[in-house]
Design a protein around this ligand. Structure first.
Ligand code: 5RP
Length: 224
């Protein structure tokens, strides 16, 4: 296991320690969250009783394979605790998410959560957001329209693709990856993107995160 993978696993295990009997738990998406799901599954085997909701089909399949009890989020409006990864996070608990393309469901579940813990390896912690392209989920009909607006905001924009075809999200939408670099002023850009018709969601999480757990070397930092 590489150092980064070890850091992800450490952060994930620490976050899972926060889960208590009877909780309704939100499960994020990505490789770091996969470690959390594995750790949660171990605790369930030892007797922990929880119910969970998945933020993507990929997470749903993985959690089911590990016998984590899932319910469809469609029937709920609140979650006790969500554990999710991030692509970048700063010291204000503001993050870029969406590298895995699950940002829309992730943001809905985050907004429904009483507490959201983000788990990352140390290299995801940045002084300033913007090095990682910002994922923007758009209805396919509006892809080019939104791309033009994002470019006007200062981003270099690419339509995410897989094998030469547009990447399709769990909601049947497209993803535009908008590389803002130093032009990313999070609050201003989030507001501007929210105002573009055809945008379903963007990967800036500016107020949802309550706790950040960082795996750094062989230690874990918990930021509250
Ligand atoms: C998926 C996400 C992920 O949490 C983010 O991309 C981090 O993934 P990983 O843990 O694999 O680095 O936002 O939409």
């Amino acid at each position: 296991m590489t150092d980064r993978e070890a850091e992800k696993r450490l952060a994930a295990a620490r976050a899972v320690d926060e889960i208590e009997d009877g909780m309704f738990v939100g499960l994020g998406t990505g490789s770091t969250t996969a470690y959390a799901i594995k750790s949660l599954s171990d605790r369930i085997r030892q007797g922990l009783r929880i119910t969970a909701v998945a933020t993507s089909r990929a997470t749903e399949m993985f959690a089911r394979r590990l016998a984590v009890p899932l319910v469809p989020f469609e029937q709920f409006s609140s979650v006790d605790l969500t554990i999710d990864g991030a692509d970048e996070i700063d010291c204000h608990f503001q993050a870029i998410k969406g590298g895995g393309g699950a940002l829309l469901r992730e943001k809905v579940v985050a907004a429904a959560s009483s507490r959201m813990i983000v788990i990352v390896d140390a290299c995801k912690v940045v002084r300033r957001l913007g090095g990682f392209p910002l994922a923007v989920e758009v209805v396919p009909f509006a892809s080019e329209f939104v791309r033009t607006h994002l470019a006007d905001l200062g981003a270099s924009v690419t339509l995410r693709s897989v094998g030469g075809e547009p990447f399709i999200t769990d909601q049947s939408n497209h993803i535009l990856d908008a590389a803002f670099g130093k032009a990313l002023r999070p609050i201003e850009i989030a507001g501007a993107i929210d105002a573009i018709p055809g945008v379903m969601e963007h990967g800036l999480f500016l107020s949802e995160i309550d706790t950040v757990v960082v795996g750094r070397g062989e230690t874990v930092e918990v930021h509250l």
